[in-house]
Design a protein around this ligand. Structure first.
Ligand code: ZN
Length: 431
């Protein structure tokens, strides 16, 4: 729900609230979270004297994904099992998931965060929300579900997949809100266009998350479906969706600053960067009961903007993530994010938004091939036109990335579509 007294809180009050809750969190960790406490103590922080400014947090050690793995499954929990209401985990298909846990208070907070995101795009009890995120260990489905019910919206829990049925229900139930990953929204939007049913749908807004989405990709989905869509951000370790989200200005994702304290660091040196600079996002939880975290390294690359937004919200905004530092490819010494390639490809004539990045090693260095799908296979027979198109994609990519890549055009409908998060990088090194 829209909470103006919190979301529009003056900066001074917000900073005071952050400091107060930060000290409560540190205190709580010393009292109840032995693993997190051990980490602080090993870094020489044994003093429970309250911090006088949030900047003092910069001397605290980071928490890493590795800490979750080393203490799998419940080592990071600060409450006994009886107080845990829900477990979620990362959706990796191999190895052990990173587990998140929720107390009753955490669940209430989570509902509240999702209600904020949805209210920011005008969702009310009059709406019907189709949740096409996967329901399961992944936080997306159940996370959005709880928050939308909290608003009083009618929730249609479709989960992901079975696109024909998704379209039928969307039309029959009169869904006004679509919730899914941007990759699935793209797939669904193309199916809607192909079926020619857009005029019969009542869809009005989209809430996307679970992965990054370029402005170009979003524009395409909005055009296909006739909706306005916002991005939101979160991760299982920190709760799930709801950590930050866009308002209708769509000029950065507002943090829920009363619950999370963000910093931007240089990923190589670990030093905090000056305001506005691009770096790795690090988050300290301010109210989590089950898993309080100090300076969690998200691996996401972004920048923060503390200026008051045109919407009136004061909470700091992060720019849409360029991608995870884990997703970043280093090709011939150049840093490449898949999102940069996507921005170039979408909007070019004759090609669709589907692409695949193949990374190989030629024995000396890594090379990149960009496979792009044609919209019309008739082009495959027109050799000179194909050559021109390949050349023009290559030169656009070269000017954006500062790197020569191989471009190959493939027939329509040959690149795999995704019903959850997209997997666009194929690593063929060592194969
Ligand atoms: Zn705003």
């Amino acid at each position: 729900m829209w909470q103006p007294e919190i979301e529009m809180m003056p900066r001074g009050e917000l900073n005071a609230l952050t400091l107060k809750r930060l000290n409560e969190t540190i205190n709580y960790i010393f009292r109840a979270a032995p693993v997190q406490r051990g980490k602080l103590e090993r870094a020489g922080i044994t003093d429970k004297k309250p911090l006088k400014s949030v900047e003092e947090l910069q001397s605290f050690p980071f928490t890493l994904k590795k800490d979750f793995h080393d203490n799998y499954p419940f080592g990071m929990f600060a409450v006994p099992k009886e107080q845990v209401l829900r477990l979620h985990g990362t959706s990796g298909t191999t190895g052990k998931p990173t587990m998140g846990g929720y107390t009753r208070r955490d669940m209430e907070m989570w509902k509240d965060l999702i209600a904020r995101l949805a209210s920011a795009v005008g969702v009310t009890s009059a709406d019907t929300a189709q949740v096409s995120f996967g329901y399961g260990l992944f936080t997306g489905g159940f996370g959005l579900h709880g928050g939308l019910e909290h608003i009083g919206a009618t929730v249609l829990p479709m989960s992901s997949g079975n696109t024909e049925r998704q379209m039928m229900m969307m039309e029959d139930m009169g869904a006004t809100v679509l919730i899914c990953t941007p990759s699935y929204a793209l797939y669904l939007s193309e199916a809607v266009r192909a079926a020619g049913i857009r005029g019969r749908l009542k869809l009005r807004v989209g809430l996307f998350g679970g992965e990054g989405c370029t402005a170009e990709m979003r524009g395409l989905i909005e055009e296909n479906l006739g909706i306005t869509a916002t991005n939101n951000y979160g991760m299982c370790e920190l709760t799930g969706p709801g950590v930050s989200g866009e308002c209708m200005e769509r000029d950065g994702l507002h943090f829920a600053e009363d619950h999370f304290y963000p910093e931007i660091i240089d990923p190589d040196t670990g030093k905090v960067l000056p305001e506005g600079e691009k770096g790795e996002l690090v988050i300290t939880t301010l109210t989590r009961e089950c898993i309080p975290l100090i300076r969690y390294r998200t691996r996401d690359i972004t920048r923060l903007n503390y200026e008051k937004c045109r919407c009136g919200r004061t909470h700091v905004r992060m720019s849409p993530t360029l991608g995870r530092s884990d997703d970043m490819l280093i090709i011939k010494g150049v840093n490449v994010f898949p999102s940069q390639i996507e921005s170039v490809l979408i909007g070019m004539e004759h090609i669709g938004p589907h692409y695949l990045l193949l990374v190989r090693n030629d024995g000396r260095m890594d090379t990149l091939e960009v496979q792009v799908e044609l919209l019309d296979d008739a082009l495959l027979d027109r050799f000179s036109q194909l050559e021109n198109l390949t050349g023009s994609i290559r030169s656009k990519l070269n000017s954006v990335l500062g790197l020569n890549v191989k471009v190959s055009l493939v027939a329509p409908q040959t690149i795999e579509r995704f019903q959850g998060k997209a997997k666009r990088v194929v690593d063929l090194r060592g194969k």
